[in-house]
Design a protein around this ligand. Structure first.
Ligand SMILES: C[S@@+](CC[C@H](N)C(=O)[O-])C[C@H]1O[C@@H](n2cnc3c(N)ncnc32)[C@H](O)[C@@H]1O
Length: 389
């Protein structure tokens, strides 16, 4: 047991990474390319650990530059057993448990989103376990929050329920937007009835990227049918143009703030996009096809968009290795802030966002500063406060 003041936290020998079920290979490949001081150690679907080599280190408040890592942190090991109270007791012995502001508990993804009824987000079991941990006397005294959104830079005790009776625990500092959410998943009620899952995807994309749609903003979506994303935009009081040869849901068509251009993206007259501020794309085609259409639109002299929110289909992950090129291409179109992430609600696809000016982002004024001093050469190129870029 520690005396009154526990010693400050130190980096551990391992880190953990959570990702979408099926994206483990992509995570391993990103880590191998960007972090030579991290060696793959262990994985289950949706969960991986990496060991730091002897000469490597990461800043205590590291955040990985990665499209596929949904969340990550220092890994302090695992506890197993069928007695939840005993598992909680073991977790509470960790130094992070003595100091944390928050406890985040979540279960690894058991399937890809939308399959076998699985949707990302907090499970009842994980919430109960988080409450159990936070109810321990030492945490209750400090008013540690259970499975709530952490404030910027707060210390979070992480418990990943890799199995209900096998918990991996560790900690991270909430230095990024997604790092503040339990398990890196925003609180989106996926049980609500929506026109399509694209509603949740776009909701998550906007929260993660910091793009705030203002009432009256003109948004266009290429690949808009049946209309889940348009439904969200209309709820946010945007003026919406849907571009799709397929039929839109009647509820969307009947909204006076919606216009349907029933064509393919490459057949749209650019003057019809004159007032568009935010351009979305969610076309079921190869990423290069989507990027070709977007490029043709945003380079037209009659179009002046502030930002793009693109869903890029990875088609069996074969395009995963080209994400850096896709980002570069979007940057080359004049979008100075470009980032990519496999959203929890994406499946077999990623989200790529580009904005012309970081001040267009709601979060730009609240940007969190992290250590710019990675402790090793290996870490220096990659360990920055970027969710991906
Ligand atoms: C995944 S669905 C889009 C879902 C939609 N975003 C929503 O919110 O419900 C993909 C759509 O892309 C459309 N599509 C395919 N090729 C297209 C193209 N060249 N231009 C515009 N839409 C296209 C399809 O008709 C299909 O409706």
């Amino acid at each position: 047991m520690f005396a009154e003041n526990p010693p400050p936290l130190e980096p551990a020998d391992f880190i953990f990474v959570c990702c979408q079920h099926g994206s483990e290979k992509a995570v391993k490949s990103e880590i191998a390319d960007g972090y030579s001081g991290l060696n793959f150690a262990f994985s289950r679907p949706g969960f991986l650990t990496f060991k730091l080599t002897e000469d490597a280190s990461l800043p205590l408040k590291f955040s990985l530059t990665s499209t596929f890592a949904r969340t990550s942190g220092w890994s302090c090991g695992k506890v197993s057993g069928d007695d939840a109270a005993a598992l909680v007791g073991e977790v509470l012995k960790s130094p992070a448990a003595k100091l944390c502001d928050h406890v985040h508990v979540w279960q690894r993804d058991t399937h890809v989103p939308g399959k076998k009824g699985f949707e990302p987000g907090q499970s009842i079991l994980a919430d109960e376990m988080a409450s159990l941990i936070a109810a321990s006397p030492s945490m209750a005294d400090r008013k540690v929050a259970a499975n709530q959104i952490a404030q910027a830079n707060e210390l979070v005790l992480d418990v990943v329920m890799v199995e209900p009776n096998e918990w991996w625990f560790g900690f991270h500092y909430a230095t990024t937007t997604a790092g503040r959410w339990p398990g890196g998943v925003p609180k989106i009620d996926a049980s609500q009835e929506v026109i399509s899952r694209a509603y949740f995807k776009l909701d998550e994309a906007l929260r993660w990227s910091g793009i705030k749609i203002k009432p009256g903003d003109v948004c266009a979506e290429i690949g808009s049918a049946p209309g889940g994303a348009c439904q969200l935009l209309l709820e946010q009081e945007a003026i919406v143009i849907g571009v799709d040869p397929a039929e839109m849901e009647t509820e969307i068509l009947e909204n006076p703030n919606f216009t349907h251009i029933r064509r393919r993206g490459n057949e749209v007259r650019k003057k019809d996009l004159r007032s568009v501020r935010w351009l979305m794309a969610d076309v079921n085609a190869a990423p290069t096809y989507t990027l070709d259409i977007v490029e043709e639109m945003v380079t037209s002299s009659s179009v002046d968009v502030t930002g793009v929110v693109l869903t890029l289909k990875l088609v069996d992950m074969k395009f995963a290795d080209q994400i850096a090129e896709f980002r570069k291409r979007v940057k080359g179109l004049g979008f100075s802030v470009v980032k990519s992430r496999q959203l929890a609600f994406n499946r077999g696809e990623i989200c790529l966002v580009g904005v012309k000016d970081r001040f267009a982002l709601r979060s730009s004024r609240q940007r969190v500063k992290t250590s710019k001093k990675p402790a090793s050469k290996e870490a220096s190129s990659a360990a920055t406060d970027k969710e991906s870029s």
